[in-house]
Design a protein around this ligand. Structure first.
Ligand SMILES: [Mg+2]
Length: 316
């Protein structure tokens, strides 16, 4: 069973609909009536990170930043974090994790208001619940044919670091930094929502192609991405595959009408965040990738699947 099938089954068990819930499972966060936005994000040692790669405080920072990235993707202003952690031994490690988590929360003035701690007989686990508010949350389902597809920042740096570590090597410093310290895209996400620029939005956490497919599916459209336009992170060393499939960049991908191009570019300048138009929304389904000559190329399986068959998590 793959990850998305498992999630579908879990949603079928857990979700029956509620008048108190405006947006249920299936987006970057749930939205309760009244505008409360809430999401959870888990990091597991040996799956998402390794203490041989980065220090405990960096793991904490990453976990906090990843959870807050889902708030950014909804255009929500974060208010607080709840943190649960389980570690195998040293309580000092919990303190280091917590210091990193607090630094991530401090970037957006979201204090840690509670949590839980446990001994783990196995790998360390950090789970972060983020709570925020949005007057007009931006969903994955709002994309319409004719719109542009945009992405913030640069892609592939974090994926290149993971690839280097997984191969027993050491990543380039730029790639390592990109993995250890995901960007804060909350101000951009909040502005895109508040100025009614983004029509659909997601954070790039599982790979550009995988996350583009999620917008395509939720909106009932095709996303056509152009290889030549993709902003590659210098840490990715020009590796297109890692930019498309690597994931964990925690950048924002969003769609917007062509009439808003100037305003979006101005917003990027105002926030000193690179924003790049990488494709278009078409009628159809799925994700199409075009090379420099406009020929369709296989976007691949694209992304990490926690429950794929052994050895099949990443695209071959
Ligand atoms: Mg997300």
């Amino acid at each position: 069973m793959d990850e998305s099938t498992l999630i579908e089954r879990l949603v079928a068990i857990g979700w029956k609909g509620s008048r108190a819930v405006l947006v249920g499972p299936g987006d970057d966060a749930a939205v309760l009536r009244g505008g409360l936005v809430i999401s959870t994000d888990m990091m597991v040692e040996g799956v998402h990170f390794d203490f041989d790669w980065i220090a405990p405080a960096e793991v904490g920072f990453r976990a906090g930043a990843a959870a807050l990235s889902d708030m950014a993707a909804m255009g929500a202003r974060p208010g607080a974090l709840l943190v649960s952690m389980a570690v195998s031994g040293d309580p000092a490690m919990c303190e280091e994790l917590q210091r990193g988590l607090r630094r991530a929360g401090d970037r957006v003035a979201a204090p840690i208001v509670g949590g839980d701690v446990s001994r783990s007989p196995g790998p360390a686990v950090v789970d972060v619940v983020a709570v925020g508010r949005a007057r007009a949350p931006v969903l994955r389902s709002g994309a319409e044919p004719g719109e542009d597809v945009w992405v913030s920042g640069e892609l592939g740096g974090a994926g290149a670091a993971v690839a280097a570590w997984s191969a027993g090597g050491r990543p380039a410093p730029a790639a390592r930094d990109r993995f250890a310290a995901p960007p804060d895209r909350v101000p951009l996400g909040v502005a895109l929502a508040g100025r009614n620029l983004a029509r659909a939005m997601i954070d790039v956490s599982d790979g550009l192609v995988t996350d583009a497919r999620r917008i395509a599916r939720a909106s009932g459209v095709e996303l056509r991405l152009r290889q030549a336009l993709l902003p590659l992170d210098p840490g990715a060393g020009g590796d297109l595959k890692v930019a498309l499939e690597g994931g964990e960049d925690y950048e924002l991908m969003f769609t917007a009408p062509p009439g808003t191009r100037t305003r979006i570019l101005e917003l990027g300048q105002e926030m000193t965040v690179r924003v790049t138009r990488i494709g278009s929304v078409e009628s159809g389904a799925g994700v199409v990738l075009e090379d420099r000559e406009g020929r369709r190329i296989d976007p691949g399986h694209g992304g990490y699947d926690h429950f794929a068959a052994p050895g099949g998590g990443q695209a071959p």
